[in-house]
Design a protein around this ligand. Structure first.
Ligand code: BES
Ligand code: MN
Ligand code: ZN
Length: 499
């Protein structure tokens, strides 16, 4: 799929389809009015007859309008103009792409990008159009013996229209950002959607190595013996319940100067979480194949950074293993020693994410990072608190939390801050070790972050709990590719602030 930006008049576009919006009730956008005038009122007449009232995401395809160069005109409902905002814009783009896919048009000029969304610049609309198109066209069918519903004449090129030539340069940059984000999301979605018997720790490591080769990154994959040497006793305690060998992945994108301190991204890479001896209930347990979505997002964001050639150093750290019950698995009450030297009483083997992340966070110290962000499907409590809309963010530095919140707004991949106050630390007290790995039912998302905070004292750190946002359940079950957009914007921002 190709994208480009252009400025120009809708009736003059030589393309298979021109896409213009209609607000509710029956109000033509500026671009639609131009088509209407050129065609001698063809659109007004359609509105009058009641074939298009502007309801959000409704569509009407017209053929061969007089005095219009394009073969087709697609009208897309935008809802009420007063309610026009991000969600509506994204839905209108999604409807556009779906409708175009069902037509014979292989290219189109989209004027919806000219409808300014409050609080955002025109470049935002362009980037979002690219990202939403990527999401809409994404299919995961590589494990089906027969491909489904592949259109015979697929969409090949979208031209995203911006008003005014001065918007073109920002538009082109937005296209580049959007494409990089889509590539990163696709990688993350593929990894998330792959089942646990395919996407093993070894598979994640191989993916990191392939990515390194493709983009000239430095990569190191540590095996069990090397992980033992590092004294990652907490990580290894989770890994030892499984026959699948654990991997510790270190992937480095070096786009900055040698002396530039890197941003370190740490991703939870549990390729299947059964809960271990504290076994999860059977219903929907298949969804725990997504428990490596943090790792997938780290790989996706680094891919995006490499595609954008950001002038920044980024390190990705991924502890990867399975959490399974067995004769060698962690048991409730077991006490392990983390790489930091702190001891942990494992009261619930299902709180395994923090056990693998804490050692990776200690390992992060050696990079003298400018900031560390970990990304993890860490707690079911986060799904209860924020649902599937916002990622949870907690940080030991408020400016870093704010930066991530802003990156989330810019990427429309939002996160919401929860307090990381010391008061919650009490819930992690253990009678037998330095800390317990669970803090009881109240504020489960925060106490999980409090646990991690004990390993991140030496640098600025934020934690993203993506348990609710990395995938969707139900009939459209699947990975969302989040928070690759947020992370990409965060890295773009860090790259810009260098020097
Ligand atoms: N991977 C899960 C978190 C999770 C649960 C993500 C549901 C998405 C949906 C994590 O390892 C886990 O099991 N957490 C426990 C922690 C508890 C034992 C303190 C949880 O949230 O139940
Ligand atoms: Mn678990
Ligand atoms: Zn888990």
């Amino acid at each position: 799929m190709e994208f480009n930006t252009k400025s120009g008049s809708p009736e003059k576009q030589r393309t298979a389809c021109v896409v213009v919006g209609v607000y509710e009730p029956r109000r033509l956008t500026a671009a639609a009015k131009v088509i209407d005038t050129a065609s001698g009122g063809a659109l007004s007449e359609i509105l009058r007859r009641g074939d298009m009232d502007g309801r959000l995401a409704s569509t009407l395809l017209l053929q061969r309008l007089p005095q219009v160069q394009a073969e087709r005109v697609l009208l897309v409902g935008l809802g009420k103009a007063r309610e026009w905002r991000e969600k509506h814009y994204r839905e209108a783009i999604r409807a556009t792409v779906k409708t175009l896919e069902a037509t014979g048009a292989t290219d189109a000029a989209v004027f919806l990008t000219e409808e300014r969304v409050p609080h955002h610049d025109p470049a935002w609309c362009v980037e979002q159009a690219v990202v939403v198109t990527g999401e809409t066209l994404y299919r995961f069918d590589r494990l089906k013996s027969q491909r489904e519903d592949a259109p015979r004449r697929p969409l090949r090129r979208l031209t995203l229209m911006v008003s005014g030539r001065d918007a073109l340069q920002a538009g082109e940059q937005a296209v580049a950002r959007g494409r990089a984000i889509v590539e990163g999301m696709r990688l993350a979605m593929d990894l998330g959607n792959l089942p646990g018997n395919v996407c093993t720790p070894t598979y994640l490591a191989q993916t990191a190595q392939d990515l390194a080769k493709e983009h000239g990154l430095a990569v190191e994959v540590l095996d069990r013996a090397q992980i033992e040497k590092l004294n990652m006793g907490s990580f290894l305690s989770v890994a030892k319940g499984s026959e699948e060998p654990p991997k510790f992945i270190v992937l480095q994108y070096k786009g900055g100067a040698k002396k530039d301190r890197p941003v370190v991204l740490v991703g939870k890479g549990i390729t299947f979480d059964s809960g271990g001896i504290s076994l999860k209930p059977g219903a929907d347990m298949d969804e725990m194949k997504y428990d490596m979505s943090g790792a997938a997002a780290v790989l996706g964001a680094i891919k995006a950074a490499a595609l954008l050639r950001l002038p920044l150093n980024v390190v990705g750290l991924i502890p990867a293993c399975e959490n399974l019950p067995s004769g060698r698995a962690n048991k409730p009450g077991d006490i392990v020693t983390s790489m930091s030297g702190q001891t942990i009483e494992i009261l619930n083997t299902d709180a395994e994410g923090r056990l693998i992340l804490c050692d990776a966070l200690t390992y992060a110290e050696r990079f003298e990072p400018q900031a560390v962000v970990d990304i993890a499907t860490l707690t079911g409590a986060c799904v209860i608190a924020l649902g599937h809309v916002a990622t949870g963010v907690m940080a030991n530095n408020d400016a870093l939390a704010r930066e991530l919140i802003q990156a989330g707004e810019a990427a429309w991949d939002r996160c919401w801050q929860l307090p990381l106050w010391d008061d919650y630390q009490e819930q992690l007290k253990s009678n037998f070790a330095d800390m317990a790995n669970i803090g009881g039912r109240p504020a489960g998302t925060i106490t999980a972050a409090c646990f991690l905070a004990r390993f991140t004292k030496k640098y600025d750190w934020a934690h993203l709990d993506i348990a609710g946002t990395a995938w969707k359940s139900g009939k459209d079950k699947g990975s969302t590719g989040r928070p690759v957009p947020l992370l990409t914007h965060f890295l773009v921002g860090r790259a810009a602030r260098r020097g």
